[in-house]
Ligand binder design. Structure first.
Ligand code: LUZ
Ligand code: MOS
Length: 771
């Protein structure tokens, strides 16, 4: 089935925030951001700005009618700065004017005197100074302290990964319209309508039942609007509440880039120990997460880094500690993968380091250590593994040994171009790590003309979730898709929703839709059974007809619905789904947090230009664990997008803050994202056929985040290509691998650190040859 939004998308008719017709009298907001990363406000002068044309009001923290606080997990984030400022871009005042350009012109006329304080941008420095957002977390399995004695090869190192700008095509924004009795209708470009509703209630002082957050769709989210849509919605709602006027704020791209948080940069240390058979016996990692100036979702992101710190591998002895470090940058936030990719980058770096020390290919260590069903993760859950199945199928299907010999002969005969290859297995846990968030509701109405309206808490952001919800309802009712409409997501229709996040939206909301539809179908069957004098079990609904014991009757869907209505049987249902089986005890760091895991393996091939340091992504070839895809076209789109976004993070997107905490990569001229010329020339996606049951909707496994991590393979493929040119290059594990870094490494001639004896290398080669 095609994405139900295709038609309006290509015709430019799909409604985003900026397509909502404006109500007469609408005012436009613009935030005045702190120009300084850390300091104390001495004086704020609004007088010139207030006298500017069209300016109606300028709000500061003193105007906040509720609590001046929007921190979700930790209350450490004021809506508007009071005395301290903690990052460049932190909103200090909110200007309201009759026109958009008037509001922005007035922002430029606000002046502020700030006594500067020392600025920290580096997470290790923050950690050294005790600047932690929450207590450190440690995951443990076995005992690494004694396990090192069993290891014959031990490697240590450091790995750094940088942030990533979400770059949703639609920037952040909100539009608040006052209603009678202080209620507010709020359009928000948010993944979390309830999160917005809560933040607005808290900061305005209104009750949640007075706030209707209405979301038709977003032009992308990628995690950037899981929590950080709250700020703009709360500012608009506050202004609308105070002024009793509609208020809209839709951020310019550069405002959005400067004021919002990004993927968390991490700096990490690792130590990995292998035995003679190249089994990973022990792994230690310390993660320093650059959280930015406030907690935002950082504690949850930190947790997922630990959950995924051993990726797809079984390691019997693990000690992994993570610190969430407070720096003076915009609060970093959710981003597709949610800390998982950062953890997985470090174990892949550790394996690469071990392989380099041993003089073997990393894939030998990778394949030797893939987990199996029954293996325990450090957090206590037992794997139901597809790791070997994906890896082996990729190796055979894509003829890995033929690829390798083609690359070897290319590299042997070319001087100025070199190819590199790397394999990237993935393993990603599906469920919110915070167990209580794994619940969802759906409201289904069958109307008397036989049409169906479906409301859920799911937010459509281009991922196709509405199409999937429609498929669920069409399947359960056995009616044509055209009969069904997905309603905009509204906190008046569906309450207390989790954000559309964690790859879990289709599962959670889809199961709720399925339950609601099943309930209505059961009632309809009772009505039909009464008419045909049989039991309800003898009735089936198929292709819009009622069947009795396999025989088609003269009742079609419309007749059935109308008869039920006439008999005063409810044609509506509100269903609640909560993921079974999951639990987690954070005090012990043990439990069963995930409904299931998604696996896969990618083979990534690159070619570098050894004069320029530039490179081409030749191919990404994947075997992916879909379970049984309910919509292969949409799922393929998610995988292609995830791969390219992952490649961008690992190879070219470089977030740069200066020492004063100012974003230098603050526009698309200085922040390079993958374009049509830099995406892989070939992306091959092969589903793994699996028979195992799982908790996914229709057994169609979650597909949002896992494929992003295939992109990590590109980083290691580039390293391998560099080694083909300069076998003694010292290449720090410091992503992204930009062309500048490739060029430096190509011509690096400092000898490799951590060199190993030839004897060790020879024995390892021998082992590898026997594998
Ligand atoms: N958001 C969240 C997420 O609140 N909890 C999670 O576990 C999560 N995982 C992935 C992406 N977003
Ligand atoms: Mo997300 S990182 O699933 O909002």
């Amino acid at each position: 089935m095609k994405n139900i939004d295709s038609r309006t998308h290509v015709r430019g008719e799909s409604i985003y925030l900026d397509d909502i017709p404006l109500v007469q009298g609408t005012l436009f907001g613009a935030a005045f951001p702190s120009p300084i990363a850390h300091g104390i406000i001495k004086r704020l002068d609004l007088s010139v700005a207030e006298a500017m044309p069209g300016v109606v009001k300028i709000l500061t923290y003193q105007d906040v009618t509720g609590e001046n606080q929007i921190g979700g997990i930790v209350p450490d984030e004021p809506l508007l700065a009071e005395h301290h400022v903690h990052y460049v871009g932190m909103p200090i005042a909110f200007v309201l004017a009759e026109a958009d350009d008037q509001a922005r012109a007035a922002v430029k006329k606000i002046t502020v005197d700030i006594d500067p304080l020392p600025v920290i941008t580096d997470p290790r420095e923050a950690h050294a100074k005790g600047e932690l957002i929450i207590r450190p977390r440690t995951h443990r399995l076995g005992d690494t302290s004694t396990a090192w004695a069993q290891c014959t090869h031990i490697s240590k190192g450091r790995a750094d990964s940088n942030g990533q700008e979400h770059l949703y095509i639609e920037t952040q924004g909100a539009y608040a319209i006052p209603q009678e009795n202080n209620a507010i209708k709020l359009y928000s470009s948010t993944q979390g309508p309830t999160a917005v509703q809560r933040a607005v209630a808290r900061s305005s002082g209104l009750a949640m039942h007075q706030i209707d957050v209405d979301v038709t769709r977003l032009g992308g989210g990628f995690g950037g609007k899981e929590d950080q849509a709250n700020m703009w919605a709360a500012l608009c709602a506050l202004a609308a509440h105070i002024l009793r006027k509609p208020v809209k704020y839709s951020l310019h791209r550069m405002e959005d880039m400067a004021m919002t948080g990004k993927r968390h940069p991490y700096s990490s240390d690792f130590k990995i120990g292998l035995d003679d058979e190249l089994r990973i016996i022990a792994y230690e990692a310390t993660f320093y997460q650059n959280a930015g100036a406030a907690a935002d979702l950082s504690p949850a992101v930190l947790e997922r880094t630990l959950f995924h710190c051993t990726n797809s591998y079984f390691i019997p002895n693990v000690t992994a500690t993570a610190y969430s470090c407070r720096t003076h940058l915009p609060p970093n936030t959710a981003f597709r993968g949610f800390g998982g990719p950062q953890g997985m980058f470090v174990i892949e770096a550790a394996i690469a380091k071990a392989a380099e020390n041993l003089g073997i290919d990393a894939s030998v260590i990778q394949s030797r250590n893939l987990n199996k069903t029954g293996d325990e993760f450090a957090y206590g859950q037992k794997a139901v593994s597809e790791a070997h199945a994906c890896w082996n199928k990729a190796q055979e299907l894509y003829e890995l040994s033929a690829i390798r010999s083609r690359i070897d002969s290319f590299n042997a005969t070319n001087v100025l171009y070199k190819k590199g290859i790397a394999l990237m297995p993935i393993c990603f846990g599906i469920s919110f790590t915070n167990t209580r968030m794994n619940q969802a509701r759906a409201l289904v109405h069958v109307y008397t003309d036989g049409s169906v309206g479906v409301s859920t808490g799911a937010v459509e952001m281009g991922q196709g979730v509405n199409t999937k919800m429609l498929q669920v309802a069409a399947h359960e009712f056995s009616v044509r898709p055209e009969r069904i409409k997905l309603q905009a997501t509204s906190t008046y229709r569906i309450a207390n929703t989790s954000p559309s996040a964690a790859s879990a939206t289709a599962d959670l909301n889809g199961k709720a839709v399925q339950m609601a539809c099943t309930e209505i179908v059961n009632r309809l069957k009772v009505v039909a059974a009464g008419e045909f004098q049989v039991s309800a079990e003898e009735i089936i609904l198929k292709d819009e007809w009622v069947y009795v014991n396999g025989e088609r009757t003269d009742w079609d869907w419309n007749r059935l619905v109308m008869e039920a209505f006439t008999k005063r049987v409810s044609l509506s249902e509100h269903a609640h789904y909560a993921t079974p089986e999951i639990h987690y005890d954070a005090s012990r760091e043990k439990g069963h947090p995930f409904a299931y895991h998604v696996y896969g393996t990618a083979i990534v091939e690159v070619t570098i230009d050894c004069l320029r340091g530039t490179y081409d992504m030749e191919s990404v070839k994947v075997v992916h664990d879909f379970g049984v895809s309910m919509n292969p076209l949409i799922d393929r789109g998610q995988i292609e997008g995830g791969i390219v976004q992952g490649l961008g993070w690992m190879t070219m997107e470089e977030v740069v803050y200066d020492k004063a905490g100012r974003l230098r990569s603050n526009a698309l001229s200085t922040y390079k994202v993958p374009d049509i010329y830099s995406v892989p020339k070939e992306i091959a996606i092969e589903p793994l056929k699996t028979e195992q049951d799982n908790l996914a909707i229709f057994r169609s496994k979650a597909v949002g985040e896992p494929p992003l991590m295939y992109g990590i393979g590109a980083y290691f493929a580039l390293r391998n290509a560099i080694y083909a040119f300069n076998s003694t290059a010292a290449i720090p594990f410091d992503a992204p691998m930009t062309p500048e870094k490739v060029l430096l490494a190509l011509y690096d001639n400092s000898a490799k650190e951590d060199s190993v004896t030839n004897e060790q290398t020879e024995s390892a080669k021998h082992l590898a040859a026997n594998s």
